[in-house]
Design a binder for this molecule. Structure first.
Ligand code: KIV
Length: 283
């Protein structure tokens, strides 16, 4: 399969594992709605994440903590409708994980059954291999998110790169190994140096997804709004801003306002015409 061609077949876990084995990288993005998901699938994106980053990106909260599970499920269903072929991951919001293991299993099953997710991801503390095991036993493919864990950050300036010394890299590798031993089907590393992700990739057999984690990772994920220059928050340094959609949209909206204020909108081409009156019938 061509890595960048639009997708012909459904991508599943086996596809991503095969890509890793063949040293082909996969591309993942966040999606919170139908049109973004459809665009991403048409562009050949392999995997989408219904990220709890929607808390800051979409809902304007200062942190990701307060995203309701019910909203993520509703938007997740829309994402699946827009991108039926991609590998779809549901991001377990704080509410789902903080409520205990049974609560987390119930939420994960809802991501699978209601939003059609192939896997769930959650931000794993070192002792959360237990939860990975519990989800795995319940038949849920689980991705352990290590490194920077945004749900632990409560202010917009609290985002910091992790595992920047040898000891922390060792701990990260040990955590990744434990999560995989408990059944994690992938590891996601956020905001760690290239050396750290290289060590994790060398230590585990499952695909490793990087989010600002250097080139060794098997796949990479970014927040779509960051990539497209659509967000209101300055993107982290690891994001290549490939378009300035925010500026393009703002310019279009400004012209819309101007046209109304000047009276040039609506023009004749935007106006419905009356139907011709029926000809008078001869009596
Ligand atoms: O919620 C999110 O967007 C994430 C990142 C890894 C991109 O978890």
């Amino acid at each position: 399969m061509n890595n960048t061609a639009s997708l012909a077949a459904r991508i599943d876990l086996a596809t991503l594992c095969r890509m890793k084995a063949e040293q082909r990288k996969f591309a993942m993005l966040t999606a919170y709605d139908y049109p973004t998901a459809a665009l991403a699938q048409a562009a050949g994106v392999h995997a989408l994440l219904i990220g709890d980053s929607m808390g800051t990106v979409l809902l304007g909260h200062p942190s990701t903590r307060s995203v309701p599970l019910a909203l993520m499920l509703t938007l997740g269903e829309a994402v699946r409708r827009g991108a039926p072929q991609v590998f779809l991951v549901g991001d377990m919001p704080y509410e789902a994980v903080a409520g205990g293991e049974q609560n987390a299993v119930t939420a994960a099953k809802r991501f699978r059954d209601e939003a059609g997710c192939d896997a769930v991801k959650f931000e794993a503390a070192p002792e959360d291999d237990r939860l990975v095991a519990r989800l795995t036993q319940a038949g849920i493919d689980t991705i352990a998110h290590l490194g920077l864990r945004p749900q632990q950050v409560t202010s917009p300036d609290g985002y910091r790169a992790q595992a920047r010394d040898a000891e922390s890299v060792e701990r990260l590798v040990a955590d990744a190994r434990r999560m995989v031993a408990a059944g994690a089907v992938m590891i996601l590393l956020e905001a760690v140096p290239a050396e750290a992700s290289q060590a994790v990739v060398a230590a585990v057999s499952v695909p490793v997804i990087g989010c600002g984690a250097g080139p060794a990772c098997d796949g990479h994920v970014l927040v779509t709004q960051d990539l497209l220059g659509l967000g209101t928050i300055r993107p982290p340094r690891f994001v290549p801003v490939l378009a300035q959609m925010g500026r393009i949209c703002e310019d279009a909206l400004r012209r819309y306002v101007e046209n109304i204020v000047k009276g040039t909108y609506p023009g004749p081409e935007h106006v419905y015409q009356m139907r011709a009156a029926p000809a008078d019938k001869p009596s």
